[in-house]
Design a protein around this ligand. Structure first.
Ligand SMILES: Cc1cc2nc3c(=O)[nH]c(=O)nc-3n(C[C@H](O)[C@H](O)[C@H](O)COP(=O)(O)O)c2cc1C
Length: 395
């Protein structure tokens, strides 16, 4: 979703156009945004708090000195300002525009705007004479100089049977502008992306297995980022404790053999294949049917599992193929060899010494591309690493 994860603050002021902002909230939520509504006291004369509260699924902030929400100790105008990706004032009365131009902070909305550092979008709505008044025009110019963005007003029917300039632009148009300002790029629209994640388990007997500590966090982050950018995602994962991402086709597997079967099944259909699963390199030659007793001698014969990545490299065609390398030494040299051997477009190398990627939300990685380009990154959140991987390989 194009506004997934975005924090939007919507300021609603005392104009007859207030009712349109209910639709605006609904549209923003459908695109994945979390919307917090701030109403001026006068706005509550036009539309009730309960309407915005219900449509936004958040408490409405309308009284500076009345705590709301779960974190009642928070200073709301500061906390909302801090986490907002954008503040929209729609409808914006002549009054709020002039207050903002003069740095007045005597209500929840004007105080929040004054405290914020994000983009501010203002959608004026008023009678034409008010709009054309040189005082208001001067205040609008002042705000524009300070980086405030304006959308509208439009011309047409105004309240009280008047015609002219002053109508708030329609919610669709405001949404378009918001998407252009803060929307997640949809550069994977129409692309099919196959991602693998997590460890595999190779059972010795019904209760013991060979595996590794992979948590699946990297693969899940990749699947979510690809989905948010418009891709059609298939996520094939070994056992993890992670919540299943919405909007992704999810396939659960256990062993390397099951992983191979599912990957090959979806491979032909994919444009991009990212193999971030930590597939076990070995499996027991025999899986014992009954639990091996402690007193029994354990003679474990192991053999290699099939090399899924090498097989995909052979069948690659025009697909983009990404692999991961985890090394304890000679990171770049070993990763470069793996990239070549497996016919990859990009390998994401991560060293285990001084950086333990398993289970962590962050990692320190190096990208090595087919053309030999090497890029090292500082410690980043796995969602940020996912974003950078997709930026690098997008077709
Ligand atoms: C029925 C009615 C409609 C109004 N519509 C607008 C409007 O569209 N634009 C505007 O600037 N003021 C309008 N006003 C006047 C504002 O409500 C008034 O200036 C108020 O002080 C604005 O307060 P606020 O900016 O804190 O919400 C309207 C007033 C009434 C009674």
């Amino acid at each position: 979703m194009i506004l997934k994860g975005k924090e939007i603050v919507l300021g609603v002021t005392g104009s007859i156009a207030c009712y349109k902002s209910v639709d605006l909230v609904s549209r923003l939520r459908k695109l994945g945004a979390n919307v917090n509504v701030i109403m001026t006291g006068n706005a509550t004369e036009f539309v009730s708090v309960i309407t915005f509260q219900t449509i936004s699924c958040n408490s409405v902030y309308a009284d500076m000195f009345k705590p709301i929400g779960i974190r009642e100790h928070e200073i709301k105008h500061i906390s909302l300002a801090k986490r907002a990706d954008i503040i929209i004032v729609a409808p914006a009365t002549a009054n709020i525009i002039s207050k903002l131009a003069w740095g007045i902070a005597d209500d929840p909305l004007s105080a929040t705007v004054l405290a914020c550092r994000c983009t501010i979008l203002v959608a004026p709505a008023m009678n034409e004479s008010m709009y054309r008044n040189p005082i208001l025009q001067e205040n609008i110019r002042k705000l524009k100089k300070r980086g405030f963005r304006f959308i509208g007003p439009a011309s047409g029917n105004l309240a009280c049977d008047e015609e002219g300039e002053g109508r708030m632009v329609e919610p669709e148009e405001i949404v378009e502008e918001i998407v252009a300002l803060i929307g997640v790029k949809q550069d994977l629209e129409g692309k099919k992306i196959l991602v693998t994640a997590g460890p595999t388990r190779e059972f010795i007997d019904p209760v013991r297995y060979i595996s590794n500590p992979s948590s699946g966090k990297m693969g899940f982050a990749l699947a979510q980022e690809a989905r948010d950018r418009g891709g059609k995602v298939v996520l094939i994962s070994g056992p993890t404790n992670l919540a299943l991402p919405d909007g992704v086709k999810f396939m659960q597997v256990l062993s390397a053999e099951e992983m191979e079967k599912e990957v090959l099944h979806h491979f032909d259909d994919s444009d991009i294949v990212i193999m971030s699963a930590a597939v076990s390199d070995w499996k027991p030659s025999v899986r014992v049917k009954e639990k091996i007793k402690m007193k029994d001698e354990l003679n474990l014969r192991i053999e290699s599992t099939s090399d899924i990545l090498a097989e995909l490299g052979k069948r690659k065609g025009k697909r983009i193929l990404v692999g991961f390398a985890l090394e304890t030494e000679n990171l770049i040299k070993n990763a470069k060899e793996k990239l070549k051997e497996k016919n990859l477009d990009l390998i994401v190398a991560n060293k285990i010494k001084g950086n333990y990627p398993f289970g962590s939300d962050t990692n320190k990685v190096v990208f090595i591309e087919r053309n030999g380009k090497v890029t090292s990154f500082p410690k980043l959140h796995k969602s940020e690493i996912a974003r950078r991987i997709l930026d690098r390989i997008k077709p």
